[in-house]
Design a protein around this ligand. Structure first.
Ligand code: MG
Length: 455
């Protein structure tokens, strides 16, 4: 969109760190230490924010900052670039959209270069329009530049150009950029271990999610559309202070529960259906991820109850394993064993659990992993394997434990089981001595669910 007056072109330089910026400043310092330790010469790291994306006509999708950019900057506006230069006199440079009086009238104030320094801890800030011109000079003397290829086309091109120019300069006695390396493994290693304030945000998101699930369960009536239930769920999130979800809510009634990432949410809820909710409110960018499955009419059928009890037991045993030193994969293996035993018991599979597991015979009914990391992203960053081995759980990690069984309407299974999909998901913090089920207060026992739906 066009503007009528030129934005201020002046850079702004640093004040002391604002309270707001404190946790972000601590992360930038920690990352700077990790990156400096990994390299012999001077290093810089470049991170790009997200951009607005067109939805239709002149309407954009709701903007949410990509998680790593937010994690390091706390800056929520699009079209920004952060440059870290550990050990430099100006170690933190932000490029941002400048203050624009015309845009302020239409869409609100921007932080601008003044706000970037005053509130977001930049030692110096420039208008984003000056990125092309200034980046080569700001990378002067750096031997290693950390940048994630594929993250942002414009910044990627600038980094590539800077590398090429400096290579030419190197022949005339200048310092070449010898390495462009991905900062992702370092950021990921930081993000997978949550601090106390991150856990507090997750707890709040999970608590709000529990209230939303409770409200949706109580509001469930046969003949509703799934999206009406979604509205009840998410109205409670908003009412309780979560401005958005961590991901689109899954509200799946009847056989829709067999579709893992069902988000159409436009079917009618039948009177004998199970409803599967897989959902999470987001608070301060941290999102919950909780699944509950319950009967529409407040009473599980015998077949629904049989399937549900197996998934619940798989989840109970898997969660019980979680503590420091246990391998991530062991949590999955435990859930899987209970599920395969259960499928045999139900008459869906025949054979020994060991052979059925080895052959993957369970996969038509349980086709996803039991766990993923949780944090700023619902499927949060963090390695699952290192050097070919499963990662070992450490205090501060947060993982979901979410076994499920999905018996599709056309499955080769006893007729009464077909169309039943059950997933039960909780968010588990690894503590020093074991674990804390952050969503354990949200009911999942059969009699509790029946009582809530019946009101
Ligand atoms: Mg999940």
């Amino acid at each position: 969109m066009s503007t009528t007056r030129p934005a201020p072109r002046t850079a702004r330089t640093a004040q002391p760190t604002s309270d707001r910026d404190q946790p972000f400043a601590a992360r930038r310092e920690r990352l700077a230490r990790l990156l400096t330790r990994a390299e012999a010469g001077p290093v810089a790291a470049v991170f790009a924010s997200g951009h607005e994306a067109r939805r239709n006509g002149d309407v954009d999708y709701e903007f949410r900052q990509p998680s790593t950019f937010y994690y390091l900057t706390g800056f929520e506006e699009p079209d920004a670039v952060a440059l870290l230069r550990p050990g430099h006199a100006q170690p933190y440079v932000l490029f941002v959209r400048p203050h624009d009086p015309q845009m302020a009238i239409w869409v609100g104030e921007r932080a601008g270069v003044e706000g970037a320094v005053r509130d977001f801890g930049a030692t110096v800030a420039y208008p984003i329009e000056e990125l092309e011109q200034r980046l080569p000079e700001l990378l002067g003397g750096m031997r290693t530049v950390y940048f994630s290829f594929g993250a942002d086309d414009r910044v990627e091109k600038l980094v590539t150009t800077a590398v090429a120019q400096r290579r030419g300069g190197g022949q005339r006695g200048g310092v070449a950029i010898e390495r462009v390396a991905d900062p992702f493994p370092y950021v990921s290693q930081m993000r997978v271990i949550k601090t106390a304030e991150e856990i507090a945000a997750l707890r709040k998101a999970i608590s709000i999610t529990g209230d939303g699930i409770d409200a949706a369960m109580r509001a469930t009536r046969p003949g509703m559309h799934e999206y009406e239930l979604q509205a009840v769920l998410e109205a409670e999130y908003r009412r309780r202070g979560a401005p958005r979800n961590g991901f689109p809510s899954i509200v799946a009634a009847g056989a829709n529960s067999c579709t893992l990432h069902y988000t159409a949410n436009n079917s009618l809820v039948g009177k004998d259906d199970l409803v599967l909710l897989d959902t999470g409110a987001e608070v301060d960018y941290y999102g919950a991820d909780v699944s509950r499955t319950y009967p529409t009419n407040g009473r599980f059928t015998a077949a629904q109850r049989d399937v549900y009890a197996i998934v619940l037991e798989a989840q109970r045993q898997a969660i019980a394993l979680v503590r420091p030193g246990v391998r991530f994969m062991d949590v999955h293996q435990r859930a899987l064993k209970v599920l395969v035993d259960g499928l045999r018991h139900l008459g869906v599979l025949q054979g020994t659990t060991a052979k059925l597991t080895k052959d993957g015979a369970y996969q038509p009914y349980f086709m996803h992993g039991t766990s993923h990391w949780l944090g700023l992203d619902v499927h949060d960053v963090g390695a699952y394997r290192e050097d070919g081995e499963s990662v070992v759980l450490r205090p501060g990690m947060v993982l979901t434990v979410e076994p499920g069984l999905y018996i599709a309407p056309d499955a080769k299974a006893p007729r009464q089981l077909r169309g039943i999909g059950v997933r039960i998901e909780d968010d588990i913090l690894v503590t020093r001595t074991g674990h804390d089920n952050l969503s354990g207060h949200i009911p999942s026992a059969i009699d509790e669910l029946e009582a809530i739906v019946r009101g």
